[in-house]
Design a protein around this ligand. Sequence first.
Ligand SMILES: [Zn+2]
Length: 175
Amino acid sequence: MSSITPIYCQECGRANGRSAKRCIWCGLPIIEGDAPLAFDSTRVEIDYIGGIERLEDPAPVTMVVSPEGIEVIELMPGSRIVKIPAGSIIEAKVVDASEVAEASDKPWWSAIGSAKGKRSAATKKHDYLLNVKYYGDDDVQSAIFRREDKAGLQTVNALAWTISLIARRNKRREP
Ligand SMILES: [Zn+2]
């Protein structure tokens, strides 16, 4: 019995074989508690909106996500680099705040009903937000980033997925 110790999925909690790379139940990658996270760092340009104490103003930044955490690098000359260490990351979420441009003066749900038949003429205003929750100096903070281009959705989804890997590993380490 002791020779077949299962490992438990950090996400759904169900048992998997020791060599499992992905959970056979929910399909998410298995992260061993103390194993180092191994993934290639991702580097993207994105708009910083707020939520990091040392960066007061919204600005375009380069965001680097690596197993060590998140680096937010200002694009302006003399730019600052702010780091969110991997261990302080709680979760990452994507919010699709896109709107149909024709209906900018109305709530989006009224646009869906009234714009039937001419929906193809409506242009979508792409607006994708990435919300990263982390432990700041004093309490929990939410750093917000934004992409306003069509390809931005895929970009923020990929970032959120990668950051969630780090967050799930942290969750697993908590007692
Ligand atoms: Zn699972």
